[in-house]
Design a protein around this ligand. Structure first.
Ligand SMILES: CC(=O)N[C@H](C=O)[C@@H](O)[C@H](O)[C@H](O)COP(=O)(O)O
Ligand SMILES: C=C(OP(=O)(O)O)C(=O)O
Length: 349
């Protein structure tokens, strides 16, 4: 069973608890104080890690793309470049946030949106690096990232299964310290597009931990992902869904995130074993309400028990488990029995 080692104490996959990433992304509005509040909120919500997005704009985008007009209610500038420059923290701000997260006591990382950002994140020694869906077709980058031998969490939005296989082959040729996240890149994702059962296919196909990065509204789908075996879960976190920015609408508030973490842990605890058996906690109910075999009428020693003579009731004291009904009928009573008396082994032959 492949496990991905994030720190000496934290491993992902196998029987380890689901690794829950609070994706602060760019919900900080370009304001480091809001970013710190998001880090704190992620910690208080019980997330395993808080994550931002690191971009070197001229590495990720062409000049022309950065010059294109970005005129919409979520924009922080006239052009896409102005918008992204407003949202991008400097390297020294990243170091400050990393340090703050350490003080708060939560793992900190970012998605590397390009090779320059990847190198920076390796350099500051984040515990793992996320590669977002924007790079799920960027095989050159994935190969480069894999060659650096740091743990990776790779999202697979915007591509099909064939491409995901290629990602798996490229990265696993270098090492198996990576996870693959099923993801649909829409903000928000319509529920009917989530295709959560892809997770089962990923589990059957790939020999690395799989998880889910969800951009749909609410927490129900994310919880479904846990039930389907997600070992990593990523959801956006925001201080306020009505803030300006593309991702706030499909993010969770700190209170919602906290509830999500609690619910994830409940589902994990409840998945248990696929072996159906009677468990200890059922014994009081068995004693109180499970039915057993009793006499349906008064009969004497030597008489035959016909179907109507044996009843199934909640009884005190109990008779044989009612599952044995068929084994009792047409047997001969060894003792006299009154109506409602329990029928036990040894009472018939
Ligand atoms: C695919 C991808 O990178 N998606 C990211 C992760 O989910 C998003 O957070 C984008 O950065 C965000 O939606 C971009 O918004 P705008 O373009 O308004 O800055
Ligand atoms: C784009 C990202 O993630 P995802 O593809 O999982 O939404 C990211 O983490 O930057």
């Amino acid at each position: 069973m492949v496990e991905v080692k994030i720190t000496d104490d934290i491993k992902v996959g196998g029987n380890n608890p689901c690794f829950i990433i609070a994706e602060a992304g760019q919900n900080h509005q370009g304001d480091i104080e809001i970013a710190k509040k998001l880090i704190k909120a992620a910690k208080e919500a019980g997330a395993s890690c808080v994550k931002f997005q690191k971009t070197c704009l001229k590495e990720k985008f062409t000049k022309k793309y950065l010059e294109r007009s970005y005129d919409n209610p979520n924009s922080w500038g006239k052009t896409y470049g102005d918008h992204k420059r407003h949202l991008e923290f400097t390297e020294s701000q990243y170091r400050e946030l990393f340090k703050y997260a350490q003080e708060v006591g939560i793992l900190f990382t970012a998605s590397a949106m390009d090779m320059v950002s990847f190198d920076f994140l390796v350099n500051i020694k984040v515990p793992f690096i996320k590669i977002g869906s924007g790079d799920s077709n960027n095989l050159l980058f994935l190969k480069y990232a894999a060659s650096k031998k740091v743990p990776l969490i790779i999202s697979t939005g915007m591509v099909d299964k064939q491409a995901v296989k290629t990602i798996y082959d490229i990265v696993s040729a270098q090492h198996k310290q990576f996870c693959l996240l099923h993801c649909i890149s829409a903000y928000p994702v319509p529920f009917e597009d989530c295709n959560l059962t892809v997770l089962q296919d990923y589990k059957n196909t790939f020999d690395v931990p799989v998880g889910y990065s969800g951009q749909e509204l609410g927490t129900a789908v994310a919880l479904g992902a846990i039930a389907l075996g997600a070992k990593v879960l990523e959801k956006h976190i925001t201080l306020d869904k009505s803030m300006k920015g593309t991702d706030h609408v499909c993010s969770l508030t700190p209170a919602e995130f906290k509830q999500l973490v609690r619910d994830v842990r409940v589902i994990e605890a409840s998945l248990g074993t696929p072996i159906k058996k009677v468990v200890t906690s059922e014994i009081p109910c068995i004693d109180k309400l499970q039915k057993s075999l009793v006499m349906g009428c008064t009969k004497n020693k030597g008489e035959i028990l016909y179907p109507g003579d044996v009843k199934i009731k909640v009884a005190e004291p109990k008779g044989l488990n009612a599952l044995h009904f068929e084994e009792v009928i047409y047997k001969t009573l060894v003792y006299d029995k009154k109506e409602d008396e329990p029928l036990n082994e040894g009472d018939f032959c």
